[in-house]
Design a protein around this ligand. Structure first.
Ligand SMILES: [Zn+2]
Ligand SMILES: [Zn+2]
Length: 293
């Protein structure tokens, strides 16, 4: 039972470019998962544009593709690539989109804030309002199906099972545990650690074969002014991997100020703490067999 994963974007917060970022890449979060029967994407950061180009070479180019897109949350770096995901514009493709419904503060004509309820459909529509982007989600001619995702809900998507957990982050985000047969991988971006969060996440991830984790800051950067910003460090992620008996640890959501040289040094530090640590470069692909399962 083979499952393949590919990181199309691993940068956090905002895309970056330049030769000093050429090794690890500048596109923001997009993670692709594929089995014999299922195609799943987590987040539509700017990395999803290139995934779209790859999918167009396959059945999605003829309008015969089926795909599930799950959103961890809707901060810019996780939705910004969605308007550039070409498979959504090709009639015939079937695209299922899942995200939480949230209460948001919106400015009224009178200049006051009021609370509204925004579904994932509404949030993506608003990102593509005409004043922000020329093509609306209503101009996307694939068959788009929007689904409300609730934390704790278990999704059965053909031969994949996806479980979710609420993560501590501004307006919070979701972590996902993806299971195929007896293999499982936990994808956990945009989370700030606390003792309680480490406990919860360790229980959620217990026994998984791999963990991808928000490693945006070095522990000293976190302590010096980043507390409350919603992100974590490789050090705390490794505590979770150890506690939950997870053999492979992937560092993701790289800080936009961390160039290749800095990320190389973080990779070394993480390896000293846990030898199976891997600071993920953009484009990196692996299967369950590559991890030894
Ligand atoms: Zn993010
Ligand atoms: Zn975020």
């Amino acid at each position: 039972m083979k499952i393949r994963f590919q990181y199309y974007g691993v940068r956090g917060s905002i895309p970056v470019s330049g030769k000093e970022f050429s090794r690890y890449g500048g596109s923001t979060t997009c993670f692709f998962v594929e089995t014999e029967k299922t195609k799943l994407v987590i987040d539509a950061g700017t990395g999803i544009r290139l995934l779209g180009m790859d999918l167009l070479k396959r059945e999605f180019g003829q309008g015969k593709g089926k795909l599930h897109i799950l959103f961890t949350h809707t901060h810019w770096d996780h939705i910004q690539g969605f308007p550039f995901f070409i498979p959504c514009y090709i009639p015939g493709n079937e695209i299922h989109i899942y995200g939480e419904t949230k209460q948001v503060k919106v400015l009224t004509d009178a200049g006051r804030e009021e609370i509204q309820t925004w579904s994932i459909e509404r949030t993506l529509y608003m990102q593509q309002m005409f004043m922000y982007f020329p093509a609306s989600t209503h101009n996307m001619s694939a068959n788009l199906h929007f689904h409300e995702l609730k934390s704790g809900q278990v999704l059965e998507l053909e031969d994949l099972k996806v479980e979710s957990l609420t993560l501590y982050h501004p307006n919070h985000s979701l972590g996902f545990r993806i299971t195929h047969g007896d293999f499982s991988f936990v994808f956990c971006t945009d989370v700030e650690h606390s003792d309680a969060m480490i406990e919860k996440l360790s229980a959620f991830a217990e026994g998984a074969n791999g963990l991808a984790y928000d490693s945006q800051y070095l522990p000293e950067e976190y302590e010096q002014g980043k507390v409350g910003w919603g992100h974590s460090t490789y050090y705390h992620g490794i505590q979770i991997a150890k506690k939950a008996n997870i053999p492979h640890f992937h560092l993701i959501h790289h800080d936009p100020t961390h160039d290749d040289e800095k990320l190389n040094s973080i990779q070394e530090l993480a390896k000293k703490e846990f030898s199976n640590s891997f600071l993920v470069p953009e484009g990196f692909s692996f299967t369950n067999e590559d991890l030894g399962f």
